[in-house]
Design a protein around this ligand. Sequence first.
Ligand code: SAM
Length: 308
Amino acid sequence: MSDEPPETPKGSTTATVGRVTFEIERQLALPLAPGLYLVSTPIGHLADMSLRAVATLARADVVYCEDTRHSRTLLAHYAIRTPLRPYHEHNAEEQRPRVLRELADDRVVALISDAGTPLISDPGFKLVRDAAAAGHQVIAVPGPSAALAALTVSGQPTDAFFFAGFLPAKEGARKSRLAELAAIPATLVFFEAPTRTAATLADLAQELGNREAAVARELTKLHEDVRRGTLSDLAQGFAAEAPKGEVVIVVGPPEQRDISDAMIEESLAPVLESLSLRDASRVVADTLKVPKARVYDVALALKRRDRS
Ligand code: SAM
């Protein structure tokens, strides 16, 4: 094979097809060093598979995946016949020694998840840790991830962001997690199930303050939809009509302006005349866009001072 792509008219579809064909053939012909390849796959749109991802899966000795039936469809789409084996949260403990033996035998092992980037709220972290500790090469073949796709379309700042994954389902754990996240000076990214989206948006508004946010749904798919607004407005909208499909919630950072306890007290005083401590804290937290827990602490101290 020559090192140069075939000559075709510039700018034409034929030229692009020629170049892509040339590139995938070149990738497929390159030798693949032994190691663990973490290959990102589409989050919906099959064409988001990178040429390198196709070539890596095609040349691997084995592909580990969460669900072999699901991943067989993807591999069949690209006529890849590499054997698939399951690696998921229920069999990872038994499978890991087997994968490590294959790596020790200088095999090319690929890991994919059902969609997106493996290890991102998906299995693989312990495998990577153990493979690296055993001296094996661990190579990323990067590509789609719902977290980054949602962040980029959210309209929220991207200079600093914190990926928070799925929130705990139980109320107590969820509240304490949100209290930890409230002070982080960065955009927050959450995965969420569609049925829980409205409730989670309401919890976020209550615990983080009524920040600007976005809900990115079914990214790269037919019914892709991004809604932007305050957490409360989004919560109301989705309470009226629950979203369908897969959802990422992106929440803007806390306001940069410094809000002193004295400013919170000033806002609280009139509201406390007609509302309970809890309700007054919620109203002021929403108005000042500061975490409710902080306002509540200031309100408690104010009440105690008034009583003494
Ligand atoms: N590892 C994957 C990645 O990098 O995108 C994420 C796996 S996690 C188990 C699945 C969650 O990702 C879904 O519940 C949803 O929150 C989000 N997600 C996956 N695909 C999506 C899509 N096309 N649009 C919006 N969210 C998506």
